[in-house]
Write a protein that binds this ligand. Structure first.
Ligand SMILES: [Zn+2]
Length: 259
């Protein structure tokens, strides 16, 4: 989104982004520093290298190539992954463990890349800051006040609460990324199905499970319909030996305490 049109379409602030790519990357760097202080980053070099390679492979086939993507593993059993603006992505150990094959894991990583491609984080920030701040930023006024507002939003986790439309868009990008990267996008659908069933079975215990991107039957149907639109490809990969070797390397799950 360019800045030229936003005063003209104030009615639909939901799709406006006031941040340049450079500002987004700068913001992302700050958030990632904070995240890495607050969360336990898992540093096993073999697991980290695998996640980075899988992530880079997908990112290389994404529709946003003008930023550098960073992938890290978080040492928590919570089944989730998340992205902050600017290409900083985090994959929980719990998610790797819950994936039955490589394509399921790739589906979630692809979805997170989709949020970065769609610039959903900075759009969400723009929406939360409101039009006054948008105008201030555009005019170069009250920069320090604005900086504080941005910091407050980040602290409240506003960044990762995306709209339904954003979730659907990220899914759509992910299907295309996977397909172009030679990975079977069906893995995303089967993983969402699994999450949905888990949530139905034990809602309280698994409340946080993929909580920032709630799977729904509607979403799964949309993913399948996007897959059906793609030309048939016979050699799409859905698993690898390495994925299962990586799973074996992971520390045993601790008692679920949430995070
Ligand atoms: Zn999402």
């Amino acid at each position: 989104m360019t800045s030229s049109g936003f005063f003209g379409c104030a009615g639909s602030i939901s799709n406006i982004n006031i941040f340049t790519d450079a500002q987004e990357v700068q913001l992302g760097k700050q958030f990632s520093r904070q995240i890495e202080q607050d969360m336990k980053i898992y540093t096993d070099p073999v697991v980290t290298a695998y996640i980075d390679q899988l992530g880079q492979h997908l990112a290389n086939h994404s529709q946003r190539q003008n930023i550098t993507y960073h992938f890290k593993v978080v040492n928590t059993d919570v089944v989730n992954a998340f992205a902050v603006p600017g290409g900083y992505l985090y994959v929980n150990i719990g998610l790797i463990r819950a994936a039955a094959n490589e394509s399921e894991l790739a589906g979630v990583i692809g979805h997170e890349i989709g949020h970065v491609v769609g610039k959903h984080g900075v759009k969400q920030m723009t929406r939360q800051l409101g039009l006054t701040a948008v105008a201030q930023l555009a005019l170069g006024e009250n920069q320090s006040e604005l900086k504080q507002m941005v910091a407050n939003l980040a602290a409240n986790g506003v960044l990762m609460k995306y709209s339904r439309d954003a979730e659907r868009e990220a899914d759509k990008y992910a299907v295309q990324e996977m397909y172009d990267a030679g990975i079977d996008p069906e893995g995303m659908a089967t993983f969402f199905e699994k999450l949905l069933n888990l949530q139905k079975g034990k809602p309280s215990r698994l409340k946080q499970l993929f909580s920032t991107h709630p799977p729904t039957t509607e979403r799964i149907a949309a993913v399948r319909s996007n897959i059906a639109k793609l030309p048939r490809k016979s050699n799409l990969k859905n698993d690898s030996r390495r994925f299962h070797q990586i799973k074996k390397r992971l520390p045993p799950p601790s008692n679920y305490r949430g995070r």
